[in-house]
Design a protein around this ligand. Structure first.
Ligand code: 6PG
Length: 243
């Protein structure tokens, strides 16, 4: 794949700085191309300093639309909410029009209903024909120690869903909402951020010539057209022999 880029940065600070550069570049390219930038955020802890750095940028916020690639099935003010983390670290600190922030809904007391609602919101926003997938300008992703990405966890049904944009993920019985594999793969640019020695084993399996993607789900992310970036810090990527 000539659309795959892997960089190993000396430490987490350098990783976040490189990620900031890449995100700003994708935003600029998107706005030059279509006068808007559509970004789907990752949750978890790794991207938080990136979001804090982006909050310091002077950008045409009215042209930037924020989505999420996955969400814990909790209220938006819950400590585990990916929406809450991104708002506190970034979105509440910049003059983004409220209508440009598109959180995954979690209020229906039924994850499948909320997944469908978000799917319909994406179909409307991107003016999609039935059976097509949104071309996000940028999707940010992380991986877990188990090689999950978004809320696509090993051995779960969500890994097999190919006819939906959004589906219900499952982490140890806890419901999540998540982009499906085809939704991720349709993006113009996918940017994985991976930090820490705890991710070494997962990366080894994800980058191995052969391994079962149902066991190591991040292997499913194989965009045919879009750019795939892996930004790793040395602690995570030192044994890969790449980048
Ligand atoms: O909702 C989430 O938790 C994320 O979307 C998830 O996929 C995350 O990216 C990984 O679990 C890595 O999390 P850390 O960055 O905290 O290691």
């Amino acid at each position: 794949m000539n659309n795959k880029h892997v960089e190993v940065l000396p430490d987490k600070t350098a990783l976040i700085e490189r990620a900031r550069e890449r995100v700003l570049s994708e935003i600029r390219t998107a706005i030059e191309r279509s006068d808007r930038a559509t970004i789907a955020l990752a949750g978890g802890g790794t991207p938080k300093p990136l979001y804090e750095a982006l909050a310091k940028e002077a950008l045409p916020w009215d042209k930037i639309h924020i989505f999420w690639g996955d969400e814990r099935y909790v209220p938006p003010d819950h400590p585990d909410s990916n929406q809450r983390m991104a708002r506190e670290a970034w979105l509440d600190r910049v003059p983004l029009p409220p209508e440009n922030i598109h959180p995954m809904p979690t209020g229906a007391a039924n994850p499948a209903v909320d997944a469908r609602t978000y799917e319909q919101e994406l179909q409307a926003f991107f003016e999609l024909e039935s059976g097509t997938f949104p071309k996000f300008d940028l999707i940010l992703l992380g991986i877990g120690d188990d090689a999950h990405t978004a809320s696509l966890f090993p051995g779960t049904e969500a890994l097999q869903v190919r006819d939906r944009l959004v589906t219900v993920g499952n982490k140890d019985g806890q419901a999540r909402l998540t982009f499906t594999v085809p939704s991720i793969d349709a993006a113009r640019c996918i940017l994985f951020l991976v930090s820490g020695a705890g991710k070494q084993e997962a990366l080894d399996r994800i980058f191995a010539p052969e391994a079962n993607p149902f066991v190591y789900p991040a292997r499913f992310v194989q965009p045919r057209e879009g750019q795939l970036w892996w930004l790793l810090d040395d602690a995570a990527g030192r044994n890969l022999g790449v980048g």
